[in-house]
Structures are given as structure tokens and as C-alpha cells.
Write a new protein. Structure first.
Lengths: 487, 81, 463
């Protein structure tokens, strides 16, 4: 028997908080990278605008980082209550990884705080300040490197290797479980995706600010900042299908059921009549169309931060190949859908640029929203494809305890030896209540010899000395003593 | 405690904000951010408050050491059980 | 569930646990106290048009912003450490309090939302909409207090459980008896005033040092003003503590007598004594400064009343009997001390000396003493509960046989009237086997042979 979560159910309760956490945490990772790049650009050019934008983004980062942290703790509480055995199992295998994760949490939180709040105090030590901010990226990388170990294990636990390493190693560190088949591809895919997501989100913020900016100088500031963020994100975005292809390949071999669920729209991947993985790809295709068009329209030599066109177009061909391959593997409808949304996105991008007189505000905002949606849908599809998630805890009806390692890894106390607290048999009837409670500290003769006859006061006094009685017991005892009946 | 050293600046920022809001964004005077866009305000290292520089150096050192430590743990963890 | 227990390296598990909790709790309590007081200061500034209050309020909120991220990150470490080291406790405890934990999570999100997006970020922009801004500050404070209210209920349950600890496969999620357990209100209010007191005293002390360093007259005047203000608030807030503490002790005496005896003369008493010593230092230095500083009769009268009522609390409290010679000696001793203290304070009541460097350092020392008294308070409470994770419901996994024997001794021998474990030290004849044999024959005393042997062994080894 387990706790139930009303309305949403256990799965969706966890899912919604986990997705929200992922959306916030991934954005934080992307923001950190963007802030560093913007600060470096600013330093090289000795132009303050990118530094100012970086500071603005970092302030938002400080705020959302805390929301992410609190979400993480909400997730811990939900998992503890709703999936206790699964959660306990993860601790058997990855306790030390999670402790390191916690330590990284602290390092990150403090580094972000120092980086933002010391911004104006370190203009004489700018390189040091930029370096402090740059530390965030490897710290974040290590942090989600660890969480990817756990997350990928849940999808591709391997073929018994995990149990093998658990039997021989340190309790709380499952080497083979951590470095499982999809660990590398998940990490690579998420790293690139987070850079893209963070950059597009920063561009989205610039888009929002552009809608409200009135002064030309401010408009220029957000336009350039948005463009820089966009280009950083676009570069990461372009490389995603390569990582995604190999990721899918690993799933095919090591999590075939999940692979099938994704490719053929089975299980929880389809919910409410919608194939959410398809929807994610539709968003991606539209983003690709938007990005390519914005790039083409704004890649003239006089504009800043251009990427070599040959690189963009050659990688874009990979996207096309990916859709072709998916058409061959699954259904050609997939290919046509993606093509249609890619072209649709391109037209929309052209329209938005024209509508705003060449300003990227509409494109920035749209790409920010689409990247957020894509991250949410991608995360959901991955979790929903896993049969274990769907069948709740059926795989974990008993937490695996590596018996042979118990003697030296566990404390030297056999739980059986710990005396259990057995509730005392309650005396009933006032006479036995008096005998039991009063004679615990003194003889009954002493009760009989009490000179006072105000028993209510005496009993209260005894309670103040530490005698434990319920209100009913106290009344019964007082009434019995008042009546003078024997006990 | 950082808040106390911040106070002077906070108070200045506050007064300035109040001033700006009083002016209601008058077209005659450009807001502060506009002038900030033009200059990259690098300054002499000695102009930075010493306690701030010291705090950041100590923290950076600690964070690098922690990074190396964690990285070593992960590498050793990949080798040994 | 058959859960393996993780054994931490280098130090025992309680050291790790205290390390992680003590990295979080001072930050969390400071933020809670600051966020309660910031909108009050802001409101006073708004009404009196005195910008010093607004500056003080804002600096407190900025400091909270700096501490929030590290504090929250360290807080997430607490459940993680517990899950690995005391898995059974966590599984059962989080089962019992699942819904309060989820509600607390929502409070946390709302707290961050109001603090960051409504209170801190728009501070300057909302100069002309002060009332709304103060309202946001109040909302932040309310959610901060609600978070504390949930944690205090869950923490108090561990010492005075109002309902049984359920098994993992027996879903509960929420129990009003467990949540509103006997010591909950005492713990909450004790911590509420403690938070205000230690943070304001320490802040006053730090501002006093800041006052010394200032060269600019205007700045010097500001720091002089805020150090006096915060220090006085901290000192006055302290006087709520003996009353609540007395009620707290009373509840422990009735509902968790072993924990009570542990503090009052038992194994946790040394920590309690250190705490009392630190409070005495704080009272001596802080009281001295404030009597030197303040001319207003109201404040001086308030502090005198506080000291006299603390004396009354000691009168009501069962005689602690720690001094040789019994209750009479004890009562005479503290009466003399209190009188001497009052005389010392009223002798200090002179003018013009409070700006001397030595007094500023005295304020800082008093602030530090208050902080350490606060930390020792929490430590004493958690030590007193040993060897239980949850009092009389769940024994900790790393329990030592001697801890179980000690608990047995307290239960069987110390619960009669208000004797303390100190009595064992004073007992002249150390012939414990005979003593135990006599005592167990008394009417109503139920003690098995095995229990008598354990008690005798413990007495022989420790008294």
C-alpha cells in the first residue's frame, strides 16, 4: 500500500514537478554559459552592453536558481512518499553520487550569489570576476553529469551489470549502474540542449524587453544582446540531431521497449490522443525553420556575431537526413510533417521580421517559447517512454540489499538486538490505576497517610512531578481517592 | 557581513531611483543605464574593496579545489567500485 | 522494507548530520527573522519619513538575498543525508508527514516568489507605492513563518510524538495529532523569539564595530543608530524566552521525561549549562551597555521587568538542585546573583560612556554569545532525545548499549518526583548492586533481572 496523490495521481504529480524542475535547471545551466560568453565578448570589445545584459540575465538566474532548488526538494519529498521503495533503491546504488550532487548544489548557489552580488565591486579585477562566472559552467556540468547517471540508469540499467558492481563495491556507489549504456549520449544531448535552451531563453527575454523598450539606444542594446544569445544557442541547436541520433541508437539496443514506445507512439508517450514526442519534433522542426530564416536574413557581413554559412547549411542538411531516416524507420508522415512545420516556421520568421521592420523581437520571443516547450516535451517523452515509470513500483517490490557486504558496510548492530518499545499494558479501573501509577515512585502507604484530602490538588502536583495520566485517568483516580474506597 | 557594506550603495541607488522616478523619465536627462552603455568601467585593481576581492579569491580557490576533488572522485569511481 | 544503512566515513554519523544542519539552520533562522522585521522597519520608515529605517530594511533584504541560495542548497542536503544514514526513520517519518512536507514546499515557492519578484527586485521602483511594497514584504514574512511552522511541528514530533510512527506500508500522509503534538507551540514560539533575539543582538554587535570604523560623520551616526536599535530589540525579545522555555521544559517533563532528565542534570546537561553561561555573558554585557546607553525610563523599566520576571520563572521552575546543599542553596545563590546583577545594571546607568570602544566590542561579544547560545539550544535538544530518532517510537540505528542502559536508568529510577540524575553522583555509598536490589523490591517498581543488571552495570561504570 502506498500514498496516493489526488486528482493528478502519483505519476503526474512527480512528472509535473520533475518537468518544471528540469525546465528551470536547464535554463540555469544555459544562462550560466551565456553570461560567461557575453562577459568575455564585452571584455574583449571593451563594450559594456553585453556585460550589462549578462548582469541582467544573471539576476534572473539568481532568482530562478532558487526556484529550481526548492523544486528539487519538493521532488525529494514527493518521491519519498509516493515511490518509497524506488527511492530507497536509488539510495542503495547512488547515495554517494547524490551527496556529491548536494555539495555541488552548495558550490553553485554560493558561486552564483557571489558572481552577481560582487559584480560592481570587482571592476578592477574583471578577469577574476569573469573567471568566477565561468566556474559555473563546469560546476553545472558536473552536477547534471551526476543526475544524468541516475536518470539514464532508470532508462538503460544494463543487463545485470549494475547488480554485479553493487555486489562488489561500496554501498551507495554502483559504478556500472552509473556509467550505464545511455549515460554518455544523454549527457552529451542534454549539454547541447541546455546551451541551446539557455541561449534561446536569453534571446526570448531580450525579445520581451524589446517590446517594451522605447529609446533607440535601449532597443539597439536588446537587439544586439538577443542576437548574441541567439547565435550561441543556434550553434548548440545545430549539433543536436547528431547526438540525438546516437542516443536513439543506444536506446534501440538497451531500452528497446522505450525505443519502440517513442518511435511507434505507444504507452504513455501518447496521452490525451496526442503523441507528445511527435509534438516535440514538430516544435524542433519549426525552430529549425525559424532559425535558418533568421540566420539567412541577418547574416550580412556588417552585422555582428555571424556564424560561417557553410557550417550552418551543412549541419542543416544533417537535420534533413535525420528526418529522412526517421521517415524510413517509422512512417513517411513523420518526414512530411517535419518538413511542413520547418517550412511553416521559416515563413513565420520572415513575416515576423518584416512585421517588426527587421527587428528580431518576434523571432526571439517565439524561439524562447518554442525552446521551453521542446525541453518540457522532450523530458516528458523520455520519462513516459520508460515502462518502469508507467508500471510504478512493480519492479521494486523489494529493495535490493547486497547481503554479502553487510557485515563491514553496515553498523555493527543487528537491528534485532535493539529492544523494541513495547507498549505497557494499561491498567483499567481506578483502584489498579492508583496502584500502578502511584506506587511507581512511592509506597501506597504514603498515599494512605497523606494528611490533605484535596486529592485533585495532590494528583495535579504529582502530574507536575512527571506522572503521566490522561484526563480521564486523572478524573477516575481523583474521584476514587475522594470517595475513600479501598485500592 | 556584506549587507552593511552594501548599505551605502543601496542608499545611493535608492536615492537615485527616487530621483529618477520623480523626474518621470524626462526627455532632458538621459537615464543612468544609457550612460552606462557607453563606457566599459574598468578601474584600478586598488579601487576595488579589499574584502570583496579577498572573499572572491578565497571562494574561487575553494571552488577550484572542490572541482578537482569531485572530478578526481568521478574518475576514481569510474576505475574502482 | 529491508533497507541497508549507509555508514559515513571519517566521523560518526551524528557529526555529519550536525555539520549539515548547522550549516543550514543559522542561515534559515536569520532569513526568517530578517524577513519578519524588514517590512516592520520599512513601515516605520514610511510613517516617520525617516530614511534610516528604509535603508536598514533594504540592507537586511539584500543580505537575505545573498544568503538565500546557499541556505536553500544546504537545506536540501539535510533530507539527503538522513535518507542514507537513517533510512527507516526517513521512510516512516515522511510517510506520516507527507502532506505537511508538500505544503511546506508550496510555502517555500511562494516565499521565494514574494521575496525575489515582489519585494527585493522592485524595491526602488516602488518608492511611490510603499504600502503595496510593504504588503509584499508582509506576505514574504508570512510564508517564511509558515515554513518554520511546518518544520517546527515535524521537529517537535521527534521529541514529543503525539501519534505513533507508522510503518512504510501503512500510508498515513497527515495526522493532526502528530502535527499538533504537545511541544509544538513551545518549540515554535521559543524559536521565533530566539531567532529575533540572536539575529538582532549579533546584528547590533556587528553594526557597533562598523560604527567604530566609519570616518564619515553621517555614516557614523547611521551605524550608531541602527546598532542601538537592533541590539535593543534583540535584548528585549530575549525576555520572552524564559517564559516559553519554562513551558517547554514542563511539557518535556510530562511527555518526554527521559529527555527532560537528560537536560536537567543528565547527559545533555553540560550543553545546557554552556548555553546558560553564554546567556549570562550576553545579559551581563548587553544589559550593561543598554543601561549605560538608554536614558528613557520605558526601555530601562522594560529591561528591569524582564530580568525580574526571569527570576520569577526560576522560582516557578522545579529547583534544579545542581548545587551541593539542595534546593535552599540553589535558590539563595541565584537570588543573590540576580540582585547583584540588578545593582550592577543600575550602577551602570550613567551618561555619555556608551560610545567608548570597549562597549562596542562588548556589544559584539554579547551578539556572538547570543548566537552560540542559540546553537547550543538546538544541540541540547537533539542530544537530549538520544538514543531515539523519535521519542519512545524508534531507536537510532547506531545506538550503543550504554545509551540504552542510560535510558533505562532514567526511566526506572529518575522519573519519581523531581530528582535529577545528579542524585546518583551525590549518593555517598557506591554499593550499586545492593541499592538496586533494594529499590526494585519497592511496591510498584517493575524491573526484570536483566534490567536490574543493566542498570547496575551502568551505575557502576558512570557514577
Amino acid at each position: 500500500m502506498h500514498l496516493e496523490f489526488p486528482i493528478l495521481g502519483a505519476k503526474w504529480a512527480i512528472g509535473s514537478i520533475a518537468l518544471f524542475h528540469t525546465a528551470v535547471a536547464s535554463m540555469a545551466i544555459g544562462f550560466a554559459f551565456f553570461v560567461t560568453v557575453a562577459q568575455i565578448v564585452s571584455y574583449i570589445r571593451k563594450e559594456n552592453r553585453y556585460d550589462l545584459l549578462a548582469k541582467k540575465v544573471q539576476l534572473i538566474h539568481v532568482c530562478i536558481y532558487n526556484i529550481g532548488t526548492i523544486n528539487a526538494i519538493g521532488l525529494v519529498f514527493l518521491l519519498s512518499g509516493l515511490f518509497p521503495q524506488f527511492w530507497a533503491q536509488l539510495f542503495v546504488q547512488f547515495y554517494w553520487s547524490i551527496i556529491v550532487e548536494e555539495f555541488l548544489f552548495f558550490l553553485l548557489a554560493t558561486t552564483i550569489t557571489f558572481h552577481y552580488f560582487f559584480w560592481d565591486k570587482l571592476w578592477g579585477h574583471k578577469k577574476l570576476h569573469i573567471f568566477l562566472g565561468a566556474l559555473l559552467t563546469p560546476l553545472f556540468f558536473l552536477q547534471f553529469y551526476i543526475i544524468n547517471g541516475l536518470g539514464s540508469f532508470m532508462l538503460t540499467p544494463g543487463f545485470g551489470e549494475a547488480e554485479l558492481s553493487l555486489r562488489t563495491g561500496v554501498l551507495g556507489w554502483d559504478k556500472m549502474g552509473f556509467y550505464n549504456p545511455s549515460f554518455l549520449m544523454l549527457t552529451l544531448h542534454r549539454t547541447l540542449a541546455n546551451f541551446a535552451y539557455g541561449g534561446f531563453s536569453a534571446a526570448g527575454l531580450c525579445g520581451i524587453f524589446l517590446y517594451f523598450a522605447k529609446k533607440p539606444k535601449l532597443k539597439e542594446f536588446y537587439e544586439d544582446g538577443g542576437r548574441l544569445a541567439f547565435q550561441i544557442a543556434f550553434m548548440a541547436f545545430l549539433s543536436l540531431p547528431v547526438a540525438g541520433y546516437f542516443y536513439a541508437h543506444v536506446l534501440k539496443n538497451h531500452a528497446n521497449e522505450a525505443y519502440m514506445n517513442l518511435m511507434w507512439g505507444r504507452g504513455d508517450v501518447v496521452a490525451g490522443g496526442v503523441d507528445w514526442w511527435w509534438l516535440k519534433h514538430i516544435c524542433v522542426a519549426a525552430m529549425m525553420g525559424i532559425c535558418l530564416t533568421y540566420f539567412r536574413k541577418t547574416s550580412s557581413a556588417d552585422k555582428e556575431f555571424t556564424i560561417p554559412a557553410i557550417m550552418v547549411y551543412s549541419v542543416a542538411v544533417l537535420y534533413l537526413m535525420f528526418y529522412l531516416a526517421m521517415g524510413m524507420v517509422m512512417t513517411w508522415a513523420f518526414f512530411w510533417f517535419m518538413l511542413a512545420f520547418g517550412v511553416g516556421g521559416a515563413f513565420l520568421s520572415v513575416h515576423l521580421l518584416k512585421y517588426h521592420g527587421g527587428s528580431g523581437r518576434g523571432v526571439f520571443l517565439l524561439i524562447g517559447i518554442l525552446s521551453f516547450t521542446t525541453v518540457m516535451l522532450g523530458g516528458y517523452s523520455r520519462e513516459a517512454s520508460r515502462p518502469r515509470f508507467v508500471k510504478r513500483i512493480s519492479h521494486y517490490d523489494k529493495v535490493f540489499v547486497p547481503e554479502e557486504r553487510q557485515p563491514y558496510l553496515m553498523v555493527h548492530v543487528d537491528p534485532e538486538d535493539i529492544p523494541k518499545v513495547t507498549p505497557k499494558e494499561k491498567a483499567s479501573g481506578p483502584a489498579s490505576l492508583i496502584r500502578e501509577n502511584c506506587s511507581g515512585c512511592h509506597t501506597l502507604t504514603r498515599v494512605k497517610n497523606y494528611p490533605l484530602d484535596n486529592w485533585q490538588v495532590i494528583v495535579s502536583q504529582m502530574e507536575a512531578y512527571g506522572l503521566k495520566l490522561t484526563r480521564e485517568e486523572s478524573k477516575l483516580i481523583t474521584a476514587h481517592l475522594d470517595s475513600g474506597r479501598p485500592y | 557581513m556584506n549587507e552593511k557594506t552594501e548599505e551605502k550603495e543601496n542608499s545611493e541607488a535608492q536615492e537615485q531611483a527616487a530621483q529618477e522616478s520623480k523626474e518621470g523619465g524626462s526627455p532632458e536627462k538621459a537615464p543612468k543605464w544609457e550612460s552606462e552603455l557607453d563606457v566599459y568601467p574598468l578601474r584600478e585593481p586598488s579601487d576595488d574593496p579589499r574584502w570583496a576581492v579577498r572573499t572572491v579569491w578565497i571562494w574561487t580557490g575553494f571552488a577550484i579545489a572542490a572541482l578537482i576533488f569531485i572530478f578526481t572522485l568521478l574518475v576514481l569511481g569510474a576505475i574502482y567500485d | 522494507m529491508d533497507l541497508p544503512v549507509i555508514e559515513p566515513p571519517i566521523a560518526p554519523r551524528w557529526v555529519w548530520m550536525e555539520e549539515v544542519t548547522y550549516s543550514h539552520i543559522p542561515i534559515a533562522t536569520l532569513i526568517t527573522a530578517f524577513l519578519v522585521l524588514a517590512p516592520i522597519f520599512e513601515y516605520i520608515g514610511y510613517r516617520t519619513k525617516d530614511s534610516r529605517y528604509d535603508r536598514l530594511a533594504k540592507s537586511m533584504v539584500v543580505f537575505c538575498m545573498i544568503l538565500y541560495s546557499p541556505g536553500a542548497a544546504l537545506g536540501t542536503g539535510i533530507p539527503i543525508f538522513i535518507i542514507g544514514m537513517w533510512p527507516e526513520f526517513w521512510s516512516r517519518w515522511s510517510n506520516l508527514f507527507f502532506w505537511p512536507l508538500i505544503v511546506q514546499f508550496i510555502f517555500f515557492l511562494l516565499d521565494v516568489f514574494f521575496l525575489f519578484f515582489c519585494y527585493y527586485l522592485p524595491w526602488d521602483k516602488m518608492q511611490n507605492r510603499k504600502r503595496l511594497h510593504i504588503f509584499f514584504g508582509v506576505m514574504t514574512a508570512i510564508f517564511g513563518l509558515l515554513i518554520q511552522a511546518v518544520w517546527d511541528a515535524l521537529g517537535a514530533y521527534m521529541t514529543t510524538p503525539g501519534a505513533p510512527l507508522p510503518a512504510v506500508n501503512d500510508p498515513v500522509g497527515w495526522s493532526p495529532q502528530a502535527f499538533f503534538n504537545p511541544s509544538y507551540p513551545y518549540l515554535f514560539f521559543h524559536r521565533f523569539f530566539a531567532n529575533i533575539s540572536w539575529t538582532m543582538l549579533l546584528m547590533g554587535g556587528v553594526f557597533a564595530l562598523k560604527y567604530l570604523r566609519q570616518k564619515d560623520d553621517k555614516e557614523k551616526a547611521y551605524f550608531g543608530f541602527v546598532s542601538d536599535l537592533t541590539f535593543t530589540i534583540g535584548f528585549v525579545a530575549f525576555f520572552m524566552m524564559p517564559f516559553i522555555g519554562w513551558g517547554f521544559a514542563k511539557v518535556l517533563q510530562q511527555k518526554a521525561p527521559v529527555a527532560f532528565h537528560s537536560i536537567m542534570g543528565g547527559h545533555a546537561s553540560s550543553f545546557f549549562m554552556i548555553k546558560m553561561g553564554l546567556i549570562s555573558i550576553m545579559l551581563f554585557l548587553g544589559g550593561g551597555y543598554l543601561f549605560t546607553r538608554h536614558k528613557r525610563k520605558f526601555i530601562i523599566g522594560l529591561m528591569t521587568a524582564g530580568i525580574i520576571s526571569s527570576y520569577l520563572v526560576l522560582q516557578w521552575h522545579p529547583a534544579l538542585d545542581w548545587l551541593p546543599g539542595g534546593p535552599f542553596v540553589w535558590r539563595v545563590s541565584y537570588t543573590v546573583l540576580f540582585l547583584a546583577f540588578l545593582i550592577y545594571l543600575w550602577m551602570m546607568k550613567r551618561e555619555g560612556l556608551h560610545n567608548r570602544t570597549i562597549w562596542k566590542w562588548a556589544m559584539f561579544t554579547a551578539g556572538l554569545a547570543a548566537f552560540f547560545a542559540f546553537t547550543f539550544g538546538g544541540f541540547t535538544r537533539s542530544r537530549a532525545r538520544q538514543p531515539y530518532n523519535v521519542y519512545e517510537q524508534l531507536v537510532k540505528v547506531e545506538v550503543l548499549p550504554r545509551e540504552l542502559d542510560r535510558t533505562l536508568l532514567y526511566k526506572k529510577c529518575v522519573t519519581c518526583h523531581h530528582k535529577t540524575p545528579k542524585d546518583f553522583e551525590r549518593y555517598g555509598k557506591k554499593d550499586w548492586p545492593t541499592r538496586v536490589a533494594i529499590e526494585r523490591k519497592r511496591d510498584g517498581v517493575s524491573m526484570s533481572d536483566e534490567e536490574a543488571e543493566r542498570i547496575t552495570r551502568y551505575l557502576k561504570e558512570h557514577y
